[in-house]
Design a protein around this ligand. Structure first.
Ligand SMILES: Nc1ncnc2c1ncn2[C@@H]1O[C@H](COP(=O)(O)OP(=O)(O)OP(=O)(O)O)[C@@H](O)[C@H]1O
Ligand SMILES: [Mg+2]
Length: 373
């Protein structure tokens, strides 16, 4: 289609030249006209195939086509100043301006004007026609530059769109990975806080029963295991609820946690104005409180624990404190840990841009979480 239109336009131009000039022949001006038209036709055909080539070959063919067309047009101008001369040279200059560097395209246009000027000075002296021809050639060159910029902008916009799509796909992958890591961490936390302890209780019961002694004590361990299993189930439900974003308010969750703190005294105090927090932040605070209470139970049994939550305007700080007066009693529960609790919490805090610190002074062990919100 495109080729057909191009060839039809060329046919029209050649017909116009033949009709408005002395015509083609094999002698004198008629021969010169014929040569001009043949060169122009070759240039036109090369230009037509230019769009189908890759960048490297395009530069070559556009230079050849532009050169042939502006030269033929310039000569034609000086033999017979017909509009077709400008049409041929103009198409050459426009193509060069679109496909080539501005410097090369300007050189070709200047060459076209120069050929026409020399021809006009030596052959027909029609300077008014020459001026119109030159102005037309310059205008078409500028139009070509414009078109070139437009095409470049189009390419840049497409590249930007592709990059944006790639970045969006990477973001989606990263978000999916984050979510998977979060789910894995929650599964680990629930298992670590329930199944590990259940196993220890059952081991203890098994040992007592095997020895054939202490059935009441074995029963106590089984009951404890049952209790831990129920706790684990509750935890699992809570974790699923948090993942589905339908967890109850953080204050309620913390109160329930403190109320469930078996045997030992635990108190919750909230400072500042509580506000809804992002799901990830609320879950991290909950997990920190849970691990802090669980640690106090394991590593400082019988000691009172205080849980303080401070709502500041752009962050939340959580502190869990228990006296270190009594060290862990070496009980089975105290030995269930794998020291994964605090590193896991620190990882959660860092992911949200917060910090987790833990340590003891002369009298207290304390665990502190700070989260920007
Ligand atoms: N409330 C606490 N009182 C005294 N010591 C503590 C307290 N919390 C933690 N610790 C000390 O810090 C260590 C690391 O705690 P962490 O929670 O990382 O591991 P864990 O509780 O031993 O095992 P896990 O959490 O994997 O079940 C504990 O082994 C204990 O020595
Ligand atoms: Mg722990």
């Amino acid at each position: 289609m495109r080729l057909g239109v191009s060839l039809a336009a060329l046919g029209g131009i050649v017909y116009g030249i033949n009709a408005h000039t002395p015509g083609f022949g094999l002698h004198g001006q008629a021969l010169a006209l014929l040569i001009c038209v043949v060169v122009a036709c070759l240039g036109w055909l090369v230009r037509t195939v230019t769009v189908y080539l890759d960048n490297q070959h395009r530069t070559l063919t556009a230079t050849a086509a532009g050169g042939a067309l502006v030269t033929a047009g310039g000569l034609l101008m000086s033999i017979a100043p017909v509009p077709a001369a400008l049409a041929l040279a103009g198409v050459g200059a426009f193509t060069a301006a679109v496909e080539l560097t501005p410097a090369l395209a300007t050189t070709l246009t200047a060459a076209g004007v120069l050929v026409a000027a020399v021809g006009t000075a030596t052959i027909n002296h029609q300077w008014v026609a020459f001026a119109g021809y030159s102005a037309g050639l310059v205008a078409l060159t500028l139009a070509g530059f414009n078109r070139r910029q437009y095409k470049q902008r189009l390419v840049q916009a497409e590249q930007l769109l592709t990059q944006t799509r790639i970045a969006a796909a990477a973001d989606t992958r990263a978000a999916a990975l984050d979510e998977r890591t979060r789910i894995a961490r929650d599964i680990h936390d629930v298992l670590a806080h329930s199944l590990g302890a259940v196993a220890v209780q059952l081991d203890a019961a098994d040992a007592l029963l095997e020895a054939g002694t202490g059935t009441p004590r074995a029963r106590h361990h089984v009951q404890r295991a049952r209790h831990l299993t129920v706790d684990g189930l509750t935890e699992a439900r809570r974790a699923v609820g948090a993942l589905r974003n339908d967890a109850p308010p953080l204050g309620d969750q913390l109160s329930a946690l403190v109320a469930d703190h078996h045997n030992d005294a635990a108190t919750l105090t909230i400072f500042g104005e509580p506000r809804p927090l992002p799901a990830n932040a609320a879950l991290t605070i909950y997990r920190t409180a849970q691990e802090g209470l669980s640690n106090a139970r394991k590593h400082a049994p019988g000691q009172p624990v205080t849980l303080h939550v401070h709502y500041h305007h752009d962050n939340v700080a959580v502190t869990i404190t228990n006296p270190t007066g009594t060290t862990a009693d070496g009980s089975a529960l105290g030995a269930t840990g794998g020291s994964y609790g605090l590193p896991g919490l620190a990882e959660r805090a860092t992911l949200l841009g917060g910090t987790l610190t833990a340590g003891q002074d002369a009298t207290n062990w304390s665990l502190q979480l700070w989260l920007p919100t």
